[in-house]
Design a protein around this ligand. Structure first.
Ligand code: GDD
Ligand code: MG
Length: 338
């Protein structure tokens, strides 16, 4: 059993967080994101049966350096670096020679607690060439909308639909189960997109294509708003954690504070994440925020609904609401932002 994780995008919509940290390893509650995806695959890793191919292009070394044996939980992970980005389907074609059978493909930026086992059984039972996992969302504009018939066969696909193009609320969740004949349809060695190129081709191929709507927790972490939402959802336990020991240790105020952070007296941290080597001085107040590693928050600063980049420095008595600071930003004392 193999899984390909598409983790080569530049993460442009998550800038500034992704300027120096590629999206697969931005931390969600002080844990690199990629580990949440590997957790999904553990139930399929019976007797070491799961092999993960991680398709990288943007800042691959940083991702490779972050992969540590303890966190992989026995799942074998190999990285495949694209000399230049090949697009979502090009990345799949690039691993064609290694693919041995059904390939699970995950977009490398989706946080979910889906159980893939029943989906895989149905994919096999109905001899689908491709099964796409779908989720229902209210605002479909940032996604690929998928229309099904009564038997769950895919009829149409609209990537990033214009308002009014379709009333369907089911979107491509970025989780596919593909048979080798699908990979054969992708031309070799060029940029090719699953969403814009391969999918339309599949629809005319006559191959059996199915969609499966899931009610599992699901979020694309690819914008600052959704990144903060992802942290909040892990903190509040909205998604089922697997394995259970990976659930974060929380303070009574619902926060996760790294053991390597220093909090001076009078600091209050509510529903927030504080990374390693952060230094919070007297009276700092942090609410509904993510403070990344090495940030320094000076005395009396009040921060709410914000993301503070790695090594940033927020001066004393400043007030920040709903802001995103890039790594090493400096906010001088008494500033007001947001
Ligand atoms: N290896 C590789 N090479 N990976 C890539 C490349 C590439 O050239 N381009 C993008 N990726 C990876 C990204 O890193 C990301 O993990 C994934 O492919 C999807 O790319 P995004 O840029 O995040 O796409 P999106 O969010 O706009 O839309 C996609 O995901 C939606 C669900 O979150 C589409 O698949 C939509 O149809 C879908 O609804
Ligand atoms: Mg995305």
């Amino acid at each position: 059993m193999q899984t390909l994780i598409l983790a080569g995008g530049k993460g442009t919509r998550l800038r500034p967080l992704t300027l120096h940290t590629p999206k697969p390893i931005v931390p969600i509650v002080n844990r690199p994101f990629i580990y949440y995806q590997l957790d999904l695959l553990r139930p399929l890793n019976v007797d070491g049966a799961m092999e993960v191919l991680l398709s990288l292009s943007y800042q691959p070394r940083k991702i490779e350096e972050t992969l540590t044996r303890d966190e992989l939980g026995g799942v074998s992970v190999q990285t495949v670096v694209e000399p230049q980005p090949l697009g979502t389907a090009g990345a799949m074609r690039n691993v064609r020679s290694r693919a041995k059978g059904t390939l699970i493909v995950l977009n490398g930026d989706i946080l979910t607690d889906i159980d893939l086992r029943p989906l895989l059984s149905r994919h096999r039972a109905r001899r689908a060439a491709a099964t796409l996992v779908l989720v229902n969302v209210e605002d479909t504009r940032a996604y690929g909308v998928v229309e099904l018939d009564d038997e769950g066969r895919i009829q149409r696909f609209y990537e990033k639909p214009a308002p009014g193009a379709t009333n369907t609320k089911s979107i491509n969740a970025g989780i596919y189960m593909l048979e080798p004949e699908v990979l054969d349809l992708i031309p070799e060695g060029c940029e090719y997109s699953f969403e814009y190129d391969l999918f339309p081709r599949l629809l005319t191929s006559g191959l059996p294509l199915y969609g499966e709507v899931t009610n599992a927790y699901w979020l694309d972490i690819g914008t600052p708003e959704r990144y903060r939402q992802a942290n909040a959802d892990v903190l509040s336990g909205r998604l089922r954690r697997y394995p259970p020991e990976s659930a974060p240790q929380l303070t009574p105020d619902g926060s996760a504070v790294d053991s390597g952070a220093t909090l001076k007296p009078g600091v209050s941290v509510t529903r927030s994440v504080i990374g390693s080597n952060c230094y919070l001085e007297d009276g700092a107040q942090i609410t509904d925020s993510v403070v990344l590693a090495g940030a320094r928050i000076a005395a009396g600063a009040i921060i709410s609904s914000s993301i503070i980049g790695r090594g940033a420095h927020v001066g004393s008595s400043s007030v920040l609401h709903n802001v995103v600071l890039g790594d090493k930003s400096v906010v001088t004392a008494f500033s007001r932002l947001g």
